[in-house]
Design a protein around this ligand. Structure first.
Ligand code: FAD
Ligand code: SF4
Ligand code: SF4
Length: 662
């Protein structure tokens, strides 16, 4: 079939209905708005919701929320029953992009929620609480990832077994490539294992989500192997079809002031690694943490939990008896110690409101008894006769025109048995120097391919230290580039909105809808092929839908279903390694998903069917209803009044040109 439009068509679905042989060209202007009728008719326009637009991982959030709330249902099997429970179906949709939902649902600062249109009604949708619910469900049920259907025979080396490396391994394994992960540490997980404390990312949760990836088969893990030292980059380039670098930013910035060479001055990454490896069992009486980011909050919170050891001989009623694991290297015997709380101060050079750490974590450490001292800058480390630090000398500062101005003569000392400098990390490129730029981060193009180094891709903190979700997003993009590179030798241009977009045709195929190939090779709906969405336009790869394009009046004010927390405060923080967050129940998760307004995609509210004065909008027959293909318009009846568009809560309906008589 050829259309009335002579411009060359691409091979994507267009879903416009024309009769076979309908080639006559008619000027649109003559057909628009003639008295009481028009050729301007509803079109169904998929756009990217802003939650997804702001999720660095690029999760298809709207889509899995629509499954949780029961709008999109799992495909039905041969026996007429759902092929899987809805929870699993939603989890599988979520993990197309992010293989770590149980972790991200706990510790992602959720930039997605910052973008959520629901805030225009009352408050954002609690996306990561639903994410946590689905992640927990999959762990409880022991769900695994599907093994690849084909083996390509291609071999990919992944350097670094953190979130970036593991996510890339997952994405590439799905495509049938053989993976080898080279990890410098004794265990996979990167910062999840050696950085974030277990009360934020419980180790059984981390282990379950990591193991699920390695259980896909075809992933060879080589721990205790540092690339650049134990094996060279050149060797990997020779032995593998492509290489991914996900080495993170594993080195903490050091304090650079007089006296900072004292043995009891360390950096945040070293301190947390020592704690996570079980090598630190007490922090000291007075701890000073320098910094205002997540790492600083974690250091302070860990120090409050560790406390300081008291004289074990003296039984003191006021002292708390806690049990902690013995140091690594000794036996696995649990060693009882008498402990009491440490006094922990966070010294930060700006105001509290400007701390980069998530508000949630700042509030938590305050509740746990950490003292914040903002607007102070470190001057020197005060040492005792034994050369150890006894205090951190700071100076009060003002901020004038964004410039820090020290207050002369305002220096004072904060007592310290331990000073932890948590002011950022850097990337250790030893043995891989050719990949870094002057800023000590990787030089990459939009496909995350190292500039001038075809076949080598980079992701995660090695590009710039940010978030777990960023590393997951990088991994998806890099994996697509690697796949294209090893299969075709070329890497394609990335779309403007570079997210894991909902692929309606692929979804329809999953439900058994077959598309007929028409003789000219285009795959689109025709007058004889009804298996398509009538006038569907997929703009998701270039448009993010704004709240002003929704019909917000449709939505009632509904309070957010917030997760509750175990109370950890100054009185019970010592030795308290319990997880703080309490996951939503299934009913709460569904209620929260129902608050989603499904921006940019039909959620089957029936408004257009109910309000159309001409009865021109009809539901598709039940058996043919698939996410996004719920209604159809009879263009014989439509008069172009655009009431359907006005009452569509999701902005899915927009007025465009309809086809005459079809
Ligand atoms: C204390 C702390 C708290 C944080 N809290 C949060 C949070 O709450 N939420 C959030 O979203 N983000 C948080 N982050 C950031 C997050 O942890 C990182 O963005 C994320 O871990 C980056 O993942 P990655 O895989 O790039 O690097 P990493 O997790 O650092 O993993 C890199 C891996 O590469 C290995 N490696 C390094 N060099 C080599 C080599 N030469 N050869 C072989 N292997 C090598 C390392 O051993 C490591 O396992 C936090 C970071 C820290 C430090
Ligand atoms: S990964 Fe983070 S930003 Fe993305 S959906 Fe989950 S909570 Fe939101
Ligand atoms: S209402 Fe739903 S689809 Fe819209 S931005 Fe929020 S979570 Fe995303």
């Amino acid at each position: 079939m050829s259309t009335t439009n002579q411009t060359p068509q691409n091979t994507k679905f267009t879903y416009r209905r024309f009769k076979e042989g309908d080639t006559e060209y008619r000027r649109s202007q003559e057909r628009l708005f003639k008295a009481s009728w028009t050729y301007k008719c509803p079109t169904y326009v998929q756009q990217t919701p802003p939650c997804q637009g702001q999720c660095p991982a690029g999760e298809d959030i709207r889509s899995y929320l629509n499954i949780v709330r029961g709008i999109e249902k799992p495909p039905v099997g041969a026996d007429g029953k759902p092929s899987m429970p809805w929870q699993e179906y939603a989890w599988r949709r979520l993990t197309e992009c992010n293989p770590f939902p149980a972790i991200m649902g706990r510790v992602c600062p959720a930039p997605c929620q910052g973008g959520c249109n629901r805030a225009k009604v009352e408050e954002y949708v609690g996306i990561n609480s639903v994410e946590q619910f689905l992640g927990n469900y999959a762990i409880e049920k022991g769900l695994g990832f599907a093994k690849p259907e084909v083996e390509t025979g291609k071999k990919i080396a992944v350097i670094g077994g953190g979130v970036a490396g593991l996510s890339v391994a997952y994405q590439l394994r799905k495509k049938g490539h053989q993976i080898t992960i080279f990890e410098a540490h004794s265990k996979l997980g990167g910062m999840l294992t050696f950085g974030l404390p277990a009360y934020r990312t419980p180790r059984d949760v981390v282990d379950a989500e990591v193991k699920r990836i390695t259980d896909m088969g075809g992933i060879d893990v080589r721990c205790n192997t540092r690339v650049g030292k134990d094996v060279t980059m050149e060797q990997l380039r020779q032995d593998y079809d492509a290489v991914f670098i996900g080495i993170g930013a594993q080195a903490g910035n050091k304090l650079d002031i007089p006296g900072s060479d004292a043995p009891n001055v360390t950096d945040g990454i070293t301190f947390l690694r020592g704690f996570n490896e079980g090598r630190i069992d007490c922090a000291g009486r007075h701890i000073v943490v320098i910094g205002g980011g997540d790492t600083a909050m974690d250091c302070a919170a860990v120090a409050r939990r560790l406390g300081t050891i008291c004289d074990a001989q003296r039984e003191d009623e006021n002292k708390t008896k806690v049990t902690i694991a013995a140091r690594e290297g000794s036996s696995s015997v649990i060693k009882p110690l008498l402990k009491q709380s440490s006094e922990v101060v966070i010294a930060y050079r700006r105001h509290v409101q400007e701390m980069p750490a998530s508000k949630h974590e700042i509030d938590a450490v305050i509740e746990e008894g950490v003292e914040l001292q903002p607007c102070v800058a470190p001057v020197s480390v005060v040492k005792g006769a034994d050369g150890k630090a006894t205090a951190l000398r700071v100076i009060k500062v003002d901020w004038v025109n964004k410039k820090m101005v020290p207050q002369e003569g305002s220096e004072y000392d904060i007592p310290a048995d331990l000073i932890v400098c948590a002011v950022g990390q850097y990337i250790d490129w030893e043995g891989m120097d050719s990949f870094k730029n002057q800023k000590n981060v990787a030089n990459v193009d939009k496909n995350l391919q190292a500039v001038g180094q075809p076949g080598v891709f980079v992701g995660g903190d090695a590009i710039t230290p940010l978030l777990l979700t960023t590393a997951i997003g990088h991994a998806r993009i890099a994996a697509e580039g690697i796949d294209q590179y090893v299969m075709t030798g070329e890497v394609q241009k990335r779309p403007k909105v570079d997210k894991k977009l909902f692929d309606m045709p692929a979804n329809m195929t999953k439900f058994g809808v077959k598309f007929d190939k028409v003789p000219d090779g285009y795959t689109r709906a025709t007058c004889d092929n009804k298996n398509a969405v009538h006038n569907f336009d997929d703009r998701a790869d270039r448009a993010v839908i704004d709240a002003k394009d929704l019909f917000l009046g449709h939505f009632n004010h509904t309070p957010r279903n917030e997760r509750s927390q175990h109370t950890v405060n100054a009185d019970n923080v010592l030795g308290n390694m319990e997880e703080r967050l309490i996951a939503l129940t299934e009913a709460q998760a569904q209620a929260e998903a129902k608050r989603c307004m499904s921006c940019g995609m039909c959620f089957e509210c029936d408004n257009c069917v109910i309000y159309c004065p001409q009865g021109a909008v009809k539901r598709m027959p039940k058996k043919e209803q698939i996410a996004g293909r719920y209604v159809t318009t009879d263009y014989f009846k439509c008069i172009g009044c655009h009431i359907c568009m006005d009452v569509c809560p999701t902005g899915y309906i927009q007025m465009g040109l309809g086809g005459e008589g079809n």
